[in-house]
Design a protein around this ligand. Sequence first.
Ligand code: KG4
Ligand code: ZN
Length: 382
Amino acid sequence: MKILSIDTSCDDTSISIVSTPKKGCFTILSNIVSSQEKLHQEYGGVYPSLAKREHQKNLVPVLQKALKGAKLLSEVRGVKGAKLLLKFKKLSEILEREPELYKKLEKFLKKYKKPNIDAIAVTVGPGLEPCLWVGINFARALEHYWGIPVIQINHIEGHVLINFLNNDVKLPAIALIVSGGHTQIILVKKIGKYEIIGETRDDAAGECFDKTARILGLPYPGGPEIARMASDSNKTSTQVITMPRPMLHTKDYDLSFSGLKTAVLYDFKKRTKKQKGSKAYKIAMAKEIQQSIIDVLIKKTLKATRDHGAKTVILGGGVSANKELKRQFKKNIKKQLPKVQFLAPIPKLSTDNAVMIAITALLNKNNKKGVKAIKAQGNLRI
Ligand code: KG4
Ligand code: ZN
């Protein structure tokens, strides 16, 4: 089984091709991510209509690279005819709202042969709806032209199931999904059976990194910037700042990050110009922001693990690329729950990627196939 997967849920255009040579074993044949990070830096966050336009521009070149990487790209030799004309007419209808994408895709499809793949997996939510739609319509266009079925995938499930990539995951598991848009603690009973047992009541953890970084004058995305600054701390700063740990001691598994953001803003405002411009202040603050987020994430995740007798802790989402977060999770699990398995993806597979969409398609037996009901669902829940 070979899957071509597409994710355009936020600001990355990603396409990958994954195969299963045998059951439970996956081979990543290609994984292409075209990042729009630099473009959105100016706005200090993702600008949806700009992201949508970029996906339109990037999808065909990314597809070409992904197929080439998987050795599935070969040129057609002169097929023409009325049937083809009809196919392109329907294609232009599917991509009615993405004319730039249609033009590029038409050229591509006329040049290259149908690849040897079994299904096309595409993210239908959650995410930014205008962005999701571009990916969905692209998948539908390919489905129509190549006659390959589309499978609808939940992006959050992708962040969870990427940990099953060549790992024997003991269930039940507790998954902490931390990204720019989501912070959820999910009980994974089995593949396809999930329960959100805790989540943020306001900002997501990644959003908190991004917004506090912005207060400190650091570029978007803020998470990696804060992490870099914080890791500098031993060398240059002796300053110590204390920020709150919202909801650390509540009995539920919910989280909250907007109070931390506000506390950072107040502290920043009360400092003199010289103080807040200094590297020592930024380093000390970055270290404290990161530690505050780490403390609440670890406390709530481990509490959920203990209470539910989970055998594994899984991390996923952009924030789980944070080295210090992973180091402290590992240390605490080893000390407090030594029998529990700890899994986190490599950084490239923590942030948005299409491999996780393919893995989800390959692992799930209850896939929703077919195009009829396919639509973008910005607030889709796992
Ligand atoms: O999963 P993701 O790539 O996209 C969303 O679905 O949101 O996550 C992006 C988020 C951003 O908020 C970014 O600042 C954060 O992940 N992030 C990090 C790190 N790398 C990315 N946060 C903390 N430390 C990192 N190393
Ligand atoms: Zn994500």
